[in-house]
Design a protein around this ligand. Structure first.
Ligand SMILES: [Zn+2]
Length: 113
């Protein structure tokens, strides 16, 4: 079984990211978008065995790589904040349920005033 342990490492940094980017929407869609964008710019860390995972984790835990991951997450967060696919708007108070079915239409126009 092969897995990219980078994904979990990025997930572990999400609480930190939300603190640094209070405008970032907390919904599952935006969380996944941030992770996907960050994963795209970072080199993947695939492991196939327990042993490999230990070595890869040592690399992931290095201060330099932590910084790289956080930078990638911050960039990704800015993109998602500018264009949230869930249609939540930029930190506005949105009535839950109000935008159901409107998210797609709002993607390009009218999302920001
Ligand atoms: Zn969202």
């Amino acid at each position: 079984m092969i897995k990219n342990i980078l994904e979990k490492a990025l997930r572990d940094l999400l609480p930190e990211l939300y603190q640094m980017k209070p405008g970032l929407c907390h919904c599952k869609q935006c969380e996944d978008d941030v992770l996907a964008l960050a994963l795209k710019v970072l080199p993947p860390k695939y492991v196939s065995r327990e042993e490999g995972e230990v070595y890869a984790r040592i690399e992931l835990e290095s201060p330099q790589f932590q910084v790289d991951m956080l930078e990638a997450l911050l960039l990704a967060a800015e993109k998602v904040i500018a264009h949230p696919r869930c249609g939540s708007g930029q930190g506005k108070n949105v009535n839950p349920g109000e935008n159901v079915g409107e998210a797609d239409k709002k993607e390009k126009n009218g999302a920001k005033e």
